[in-house]
Each structure stands twice: as C-alpha cells, then as structure tokens.
Design a protein around this ligand. Structure first.
Ligand code: PLP
Length: 473
C-alpha cells in the first residue's frame, strides 16, 4: 500500500468509524446470533489475491458488526465501561503508523519521555501522592492492563520480601499475597503466575455492610502466616471493587503494611479515574502509604484499551526486580543510568507508543473535559439509583459512590435474574450481574460518553415494565 493508497483507504476507514459511532444507538447492544455465526460466514482460507479496503469495510458491516457486543453503545451498562473516544483512536492510529518499539529509551527516546511526562501529568491531575512522580524516586508507566500491573507489583514485592534472593533462587519460602473476598480475579492469577499458587493468596473477609476489606481480619491473617513461618509479601487493596465499587480502608491497611514491611499495591482499575474530580478524591485517602497504584484510563477515562496507568514509589526497586541485560540490548544511554528503559517496568520486552493516545485525550478534553465526563457518569448513576430507591418492588444492593448501581428485585434472586435476562433480550440495553453478600444483584454501570439521561431513563422504563410483567399475579 503506497502512502497515496493509504490516504484514500484511510479516509474511507475514518468515514466508516464516524458512521458507526453516529448510528450506534440504533443497533442492538449485543448480538442475538448463536455461537459460530460469524465464523461460518467467513471464507475458510485467506484470499489468494489481494482485495481493496472497500471490500473489507463491506464485510465489516455485513459480517462483523452484527456479531458484536457494542461496548461504546449508549445503552451499554455492563461490567465496567471500556470507553474509547475520537482523540484516543487518532492517537492510536499515529502510534500504529509510527510502529515504534519503546522497550529502551534508545529505541524510542520520545516514546519513553512522553510516557513519563503523561504519567506525571495524570498524577498531578488526580493529585496522587508526590512519591509516585518521576521527579522523585517514583514514576509511572503504561501497562496493558490492571492485571499486568498487579503481576508486576507482585514480582517487585517478592523481590523485596526475599531480600533480592527471588531473582536468583525463585521462591525459597512460602510467600503470601492478601486481598479481600472482593479483590479482582487478576490478583489470584498474578499470584499463580508468580509461583505462589492459588493457596498463596489469603482472602480476607470484608465488612458485610460496606463490602470493604476488614483491616482486623487482614492483621490476623498476616500474623497467622508469620507464626507459621510464612512470609507476607503483598497486600492488594481495592479502590472500587468489581462487584460493587467498595473502597478498602487504605489508611488502616497502609498502617498494617508499614508495620509488617509488606508491599501495598492499590488496584483502582475502574474507580481511580474519579480522582480527576476533587470531590471524589476521598477514595484515595491513605494512598501515600502505597508502594504501587494503578488505574485504567481504558475503563472510565476516554482512552481506548489498552492503557493501564501504573505507578511505583521506588522505581529502582522495580527495575532491580525485573531487569535482565543481554548483550544485544546494551547501549550507552542505558549504561549512563540517566534514562528510563521501560522494558524493566513490565513483563514483555516490546511495547507500543501508548502514551500517544493518552496525550491526544488529555489535550483534546483538558482536565475540564475529563472532569465533566466523570461527573456526568456519577450524576446519571444517581438519577438511576433514585428511580430504584423510589420503587418499592426494587432495592439498592450496595452504596453507589461512583457510576455503578447495584440493585435487585425485592422478590428475590430468581426474579432478579429473570428480570436481567428479559431486559437484555430487548437489545436496547445491556446490564450484567453479581452477587452481594450471597444475593443476586443487577449491575448498571454508566460510562459511555454517549449515554444521556434519556438512555438511563429508557433503561429504567425497560426494567420497570419487565418487572410489571414478571410480578403480575
Ligand atoms: N481490578 C479491578 C478492580 C477490576 O474491576 C478489573 C476489571 O474490571 C481489573 C482489575 C482487571 O482489569 P484489566 O482488564 O485492565 O486487567
């Protein structure tokens, strides 16, 4: 493809994207087709002769989009949002076009330096503790996901807990990770990948009312492990749990971690973005004790997947844990010690120029635009929660400090599950579910930038009418 051919095809693709976005609300949110439909519609082999991009775009319309769950749809209320936006797509496009590998400063100086500055910008925007800034001993990096951030934090914690022996000897003792019953599944996965085994994860009870980690239970678990000769390595606390957006008590947890010398990682994958708004920063109280922290701009901050922002308080410790220097990567800049080589901050070697999409997003929206986005999600969730609270057939299942509302039918689990399935079958909205203290609950998570009051009201109308039918005598 020549640059001129690219220009023509590129305009067509951008037109296709703009058309897709502007007609999204008219499509069913999820595909109604049975499994295998898309695969069966595709040819069994790759084409022998090249085809024009127009032919691919036609098949995108005919074969692919009808088989999608449309995460950017204004009626998408499932899981947590996975926002993208125009500026993010444009930034990604430039990154793809540059095709830069940013594993070393030397392989992409601007790629590295823009990323460091973007993470400092974000830290400033969210008023994160000073220890995470690159101007001190800390610093930030973009990981592909919060799961990778937890893995990297776990590896650094093992390095610290083993006093450096982990690098050479692997796990020489029984090391332990701690999270609450509400911690994300990626915490167990990270522990397993790191060699702790699922058994190495201590699951700490939560306060039944708040669903937040019980610090007394955490202390007891750590003390029991120490008494058994095991080594507490890392506590993963959550700001905004996946089920209900509960916030673990960081001040108490941080104190316990400091007392026992345990690494504290804070996983704020979804809710961290809220800290761009000063009135929502309460959720970060106590963060100054954390050794590492992450949130996903790819969830609620208008930056397309993959973009997890991960900070450490001591970048030297992280690099010491992960660095490996083969001859073929040796270079004067790395050896000078004056540059950041981000390959030492992550598991893979290669890395894309992901800071570009963040730069495009931060410059397009500005702090003001990002705050407006978060506030709109919070206000829409409040609006929906008020409907739930005002209808005696329904009840709220948990507090809703951000843009997720958990609720259920008073009639019970079976009725609530049936309600979810009926409402999703309309194709107008998509909600998911969880269990709160053992009881079934529907989850409505607001996050798409195109979701308005009208969409939230429609979701409520659909739920209310489905409840009418379901509960009719
Ligand atoms: N942590 C929490 C609290 C989450 O809610 C999620 C996903 O929803 C994750 C981690 C995993 O996120 P990622 O897909 O970025 O690994």
């Amino acid at each position: 493809m020549t640059p001129e051919e690219f220009r023509r095809a590129g305009y067509a693709v951008v037109d296709w994207i703009a058309d897709y976005w502007s007609t999204l609300g008219e499509r069913p949110v999820t595909s109604q087709d049975p499994p295998g439909t898309v695969a069966a519609a595709l040819p069994p082999t790759a084409p022998e002769r090249g085809e024009p991009v127009d032919a691919v775009l036609a098949d995108l319309d005919a074969l692919v989009t009808p088989g999608l769950t449309h995460w950017q749809h204004p009626g998408f209320f499932g899981y947590f949002p996975a926002n993208t936006s125009g500026p993010s797509v444009l930034g990604d496009m430039v990154s793809a076009a540059l095709g830069v590998q940013g594993m070393l400063w030397a392989t992409g100086p601007a790629c590295t330096e823009l990323e460091t500055v973007m993470l400092d910008w974000l830290a400033e925007l969210m008023d994160l503790p000073g220890r995470f800034r690159s101007t001190g001993a800390g610093g930030g990096v973009i990981q592909d996901s919060a799961s990778s951030a937890t893995l990297v934090a776990t590896l650094a914690a093992l390095h610290r807990a083993s006093k450096g022996r982990w690098r050479a000897d692997g796990l020489d003792r029984r090391y332990r990770a701690y999270t609450s019953t509400q911690g994300h599944s990626s915490i167990e996965k990270a522990a397993r990948v790191a060699g702790l085994g699922a058994e190495g994860v201590r699951v700490v009870e939560v306060d039944p009312a708040s669903q937040a980690m019980d610090p007394t239970a955490l202390r007891a678990a750590i003390e029991a492990d120490l008494a058994a000769g095991d080594v507490p390595a890392i506590v993963v606390a959550t700001v905004g749990t996946t089920s209900t957006t509960a916030v673990d008590p960081l001040p108490e947890i941080g104190e316990i971690c400091a007392e026992y010398g345990v690494w504290l990682h804070v996983d704020a994958a979804y809710a961290g973005a809220a800290a761009v708004c000063p009135e929502l920063r309460w959720a970060h109280a106590g963060l100054e004790r954390a050794d590492s922290y992450c949130f996903d701009p790819h969830k609620w901050l208008l930056t397309g997947f993959d973009c997890d922002a991960f900070w450490v308080a001591d970048r030297a410790e992280l690099v010491e844990a992960l660095t490996v220097m083969p001859e073929y990567l040796r270079n004067a800049a790395s050896e000078s010690g004056a540059v950041i080589d981000y390959r030492d901050w992550q598991v893979p070697l290669g890395r894309r120029f992901r800071a570009l999409k963040l730069w495009f997003v931060l410059r397009w929206y500005g702090a003001e635009g990002l705050r407006a986005h978060i506030r709109s999600g919070v206000a829409l969730a409040d609006r929906f929660a008020a409907r739930v609270a005002g209808d005696e057939r329904f009840e709220l299942a948990a507090a809703y400090p951000f843009s997720l509302v958990c609720f259920r039918l008073v009639a019970g689990d079976e009725a609530s599950a049936e309600l979810l399935s009926r409402v999703n079958a309309t194709g107008r909205v998509h909600l998911t579910h969880t269990r709160v203290a053992g009881r079934y609950a529907l989850r409505l998570a607001v996050g798409s930038p195109s979701t308005t009051e009208a969409h939230v009201d429609e979701a409520w109308q659909l739920l209310s009418s489905a409840a009418d039918e379901l509960l009719a005598p």
